[in-house]
Design a protein. Structure first.
Length: 581
């Protein structure tokens, strides 16, 4: 091979190598483009499908999965997120009398033996009720909620008729606390009585039941209120008690208690008179707690302008065959501050007489006393509103006088709480609510009293606690103001039963800048050693408030401070010495 031939061969090899490299590079680029295109296609297809599912299709299978992950009934919490009611899966104890067929005996052992065995596992059960169910040919629940360890003990009895269906049940972690607010859920899954009934649709709606419903209740305050009301019941042997804590500016119910209570976890035992709510559904004549409301109406109308003016008080007030009396004599005359401090019916009636029936009636109606209480609960009692005597519906003179001190008109404790909120918050009445309110959602309310009248009433209410019948409610540092009320219950001779009282203390704190109203009521308290054998509110209801306020104040942002108080120096010279109810 000559040099020319060798050179040509080398050049030809280089060309082939370059062509191979170029083809390889092109093939690599094509592969990359193909892979990229496949990824892009898959991504676009997935995006289109997601959009299709999200925007254009119902996707029932997807909704079913989401619903399956949600609780069967929504959760209820207090205002701080503490769980009050939630759903959870649990065992129930079911009696199946057909376990051995139509003709076979349903039990291996005798009904008496099985009932005794079940009573040993559940000491709180009713033996006679168990025996009745076990002897029946009808299937029924023997227990709605059974712990796994108890289910094992029952299984060991060897009774095929005792079955353990797994069900979703409603659980109330706080037990009976706040029972009248919450209500209960029956074996069919339906809410009754309280917010369980009010929120039924929302709690069962798949679109909403994943979000807890926050109530206005603060369970710490609720616990304190129920505890002190229960103590008051025990000390006075009262047949019942009721109480409310209300935010004076928002209308939010921070606590609501009706005693005796019930356990909503035992819905099989809830169908009794204990579910009756004394705070919202029972109306009472609340006695002297109405006096500040009436005096405020007189101040607002300009009927009372000089608090030093004195009214005769040494003789019963005779009106058309009726006689208005005080519990005992407070002297020849009293001014308005003294009348409130000593709780004089005679002087309050005279002030109301000067004010007149139409004006007092208008004020009471503006406070909602002629309507069912404003609250979300289904059970709301209608007040016993006095009838008019003419075509205009005007009250008789005697009616105006008795209403002024809380007789002849019957309302719920919640009516009274809302009225006292208006009395101390600057004069604005707002409806009460059991829902936690956003500051932007607070209702405007309606004006009942002038702001100046409200300011004066804050002084007078404080004086009642410092110098009058409310002394035992005077919690140090919390500047409590309030009024006692001890009213005889209807019945007996003359229309009233002198041996049965409703004892109430209506309070607010702190009086230099009120935040909360507290109502405590006892139904038929007795005079006991704990109350120095006295039955009136000064000795039993007022001390309850005096114990509740220091317990709830710091929890609700009211720090005790005994270096400050509302200024009552201009009223002090007007007040003499004496004792009231």
């Amino acid at each position: 091979m000559n040099a020319l031939t060798a050179s040509a061969a080398i050049a030809s090899g280089r060309v082939r190598l370059a062509n191979v490299r170029q083809r390889s590079l092109v093939e690599a680029k094509v592969r990359v483009l193909v892979v990229a295109f496949l990824f892009l296609f898959a991504g676009v297809a997935a995006l289109v499908r997601i959009l299709q599912l999200g925007l254009f299709e119902d996707a029932p299978e997807r909704r079913s999965l989401a619903e399956a992950l949600l609780p069967p009934r929504g959760e209820i919490t207090d205002r701080n997120g503490v769980p009050l009611a939630r759903a959870f899966p649990a065992y129930a104890l079911w009696y199946n009398p057909k376990a051995f067929g139509e003709n076979g005996s349903p039990l291996v052992k005798s009904p008496e033996e099985v009932a005794k065995a079940l009573l040993a596992i559940f000491p709180d059960a009713d033996y006679n009720d168990l025996l009745k169910r076990l002897k029946s040919d009808k299937p029924s629940y023997l227990r709605q909620r059974v712990m796994p360890e108890d289910a094992n003990r029952i299984f060991a009895l060897g009774e095929p008729a005792l079955e353990f269906p797994r069900e979703n049940q409603r659980y109330y972690p706080q037990g009976s606390l706040g029972a009248h607010v919450l209500g209960y859920v029956d074996t069919e899954g339906h809410g009754h009585v309280g917010m369980e009934q009010v929120l039924e649709k929302q709690l069962l709606d798949p679109a909403q039941r994943g979000r807890p419903v926050a109530l206005s209740i603060d369970m710490r305050a609720q616990g304190a209120l129920e505890d002190e009301l229960g103590r008051g019941m025990l000390e006075t042997e009262a047949k019942g008690a009721a109480g409310v804590i209300l935010d004076v500016d928002t209308g939010e119910v921070v606590a609501l208690a009706s005693l005796p209570s019930f356990n909503p976890n035992r819905s099989d035992q809830a169908l009794n008179n204990l579910v009756f709510n004394k705070v919202t559904n029972q109306v009472y004549e609340l006695g002297s707690t109405f006096k500040p409301l009436s005096i405020a109406a007189a101040i607002d109308a300009g009927v009372v302008t000089d608090l030093s003016v004195r009214y005769p008080s040494d003789k019963p007030l005779a009106i058309g065959g009726f006689h208005i009396r005080d519990s005992h004599s407070f002297g020849a005359s009293l001014n308005v501050p003294e009348a409130l401090i000593h709780s004089s019916n005679i002087v309050t009636a005279q002030v109301a007489d000067k004010l007149g029936g139409p004006a007092l009636k208008k004020t009471m109606a503006a406070l909602g006393m002629n309507e069912r209480p404003y609250i979300e609960l289904p059970a709301r009692g209608f007040p016993l509103w006095p009838r008019g005597t003419n075509k205009n519906g005007d009250w008789a003179r005697i009616t105006t006088m008795t209403v002024s001190y809380g007789h002849g008109i019957a309302v719920t404790p919640l009516h009274l709480a809302a009225a006292y909120a208006a009395l101390v918050n600057g004069g604005i009445w707002r409806p009460a609510t059991l829902f936690k309110r956003d500051p932007s959602q607070i209702p405007e309310g309606r004006r009942v009293y002038k702001a100046s009248t409200s300011a004066r009433m804050r002084q007078l209410l404080r004086m009642i606690v410092v110098d009058g019948t409310g002394k035992s409610a005077n919690a140090v540092g919390f500047r409590v103001g309030g009024k006692t009320g001890s009213a005889e219950k209807p019945g007996g001779k003359g229309g009233y039963n002198r041996t049965s009282l409703i004892a109430t203390f209506a309070a607010a704190f702190p009086m230099d800048k009120p935040r909360y109203v507290v109502i405590a009521m006892l139904d038929e308290p007795k005079g006991t050693a704990a109350t120095s054998y006295q039955r009136t509110a000064a000795w039993n209801a007022a001390p309850i408030v005096g114990r509740v306020v220091p317990r709830i104040g710091p929890l609700l942002g009211v720090v005790p401070d005994d270096s400050r108080d509302i200024d009552i120096s201009d009223l002090s010279p007007l007040v003499g010495n004496g004792e009231g109810e």
